[in-house]
Design a protein around this ligand. Structure first.
Ligand code: PNS
Length: 169
């Protein structure tokens, strides 16, 4: 009989969704939802100590992400430091999930995925596309809009909208 992978044999697939999440947007949430339906466990991992100058402290980003992902029982929020591949190994993850919005994202994402594969060939990068209405959305633009008093409704969860308003006023 040919070898069959039934659900008892199959390893639970743990995926890491890494990023800055400064702050989490509806585009991130769209990807988290897609990831949570495919993977057994999805760890949303906030990178700390990036060279960027963040608007929100890591703790604030964790709080916001935890609040807005509360309903997905297989999604958790964590923070990591150092190399993503070291962290993914430590978590026994098989997959790194990244979102691709437009062709322009691809070059950087491909470079990162290939470098990560060189560091750890056992871990796969999986790309997913968000819904079309989020294809132009980024945390950077959301912050700029908020700073200049533009509308961020529908781009971020209500909680994030409130925190943004309080932060930039
Ligand atoms: O949301 P971002 O800023 O596009 O996320 C980038 C992130 C955090 C995924 C990337 O910078 C990263 O993985 N940093 C951890 C350090 C690391 O492993 N660098 C080597 C990547 S090839």
């Amino acid at each position: 009989m040919p070898h069959r992978m039934d659900s008892e044999e199959r390893k639970a697939v743990i995926a890491i969704y890494p990023g800055s999440f400064d702050p989490v947007t509806n585009g991130h949430l769209d990807l988290i939802e897609r990831g949570s339906t495919i993977f057994d466990r999805l760890i949303v991992a906030i990178a700390q100590n990036l060279e960027k100058d963040p608007l929100f402290a890591v703790k604030e980003r964790v709080d916001m992400l935890e609040a807005v992902t509360y309903n997905w029982k297989n999604v958790e929020v964590d923070v990591f430091d150092g190399l993503l591949m070291d962290y993914a190994r430590e978590k026994n993850a098989l997959v790194v999930l990244r979102g691709i919005r437009a062709v322009s994202d691809y070059e950087y994402e491909l470079q990162m995925a290939m470098m990560n594969r060189k560091i750890e060939p056992q871990i796969e990068t999986v790309f997913m596309m968000p819904a079309i209405q989020y294809s132009y959305l980024s945390s950077r633009l959301v912050k700029e809009l908020a700073r200049l008093g533009g509308p961020v409704k529908d781009l971020v969860p209500v909680l994030v909208e409130e925190r943004l308003r309080a932060r930039v006023k």
